[in-house]
Design a protein around this ligand. Structure first.
Ligand code: ZN
Length: 151
């Protein structure tokens, strides 16, 4: 009999993933983790996947308002989301998510660029600068509002 690797008190009857580590556990302790079916995972703690947008071009990111731009370009072409999805060989849900503001991996951005014949990326540096600019603008706006209230 093998002891439960969590409490050591009862007999291990199943495998469960607890905080990323697969352990042999008793019925009681199994409730704290996810049940694991494949015994292959036993020795390997799960690794987080690399961040998709950065794995392709480290110094380039999709433009900040990619979703808006894609939607506009698509509507200019009088394409439905389904038609655009077909044209770039991606699923409709991908197109929907992009238009809702999801940042896709650069390889998808690249397909959209080829299709629309426009650049939809920017250098990470300029991307950061832009954010700073925005912050400055936001500060001004708050200040302006305070001014008006003070008058
Ligand atoms: Zn236990």
């Amino acid at each position: 009999m093998k002891e439960c690797e969590v409490c050591g008190k009862r007999e291990a009857v199943t495998k469960a993933e607890i905080e990323g580590v697969v352990l042999e556990v008793c019925e009681k302790c199994a409730k704290f983790g996810k049940k694991v079916r494949t015994p292959k995972l036993l020795a390997k703690p799960s690794k987080p996947a690399p961040f998709p947008a950065l794995s392709f071009f480290e110094d380039e990111t999709p433009i900040e308002n990619l979703g808006e731009v894609v939607k506009k370009l698509r509507e200019e072409k009088k394409f439905s989301q389904e038609e655009l999805a077909k044209a770039v060989k991606e699923s409709v849900s991908i197109i929907k998510r992009i238009e809702e503001g999801w940042v896709p991996p650069m390889k998808i951005v690249e397909k959209l660029e080829k299709f629309f014949k426009v650049s939809l990326r920017e250098k990470t540096e300029s991307f950061l600068e832009k954010k700073e600019e925005k912050k400055e603008k936001a500060k001004l706006t708050i200040g302006d509002v305070a001014d008006i209230k003070g008058k």
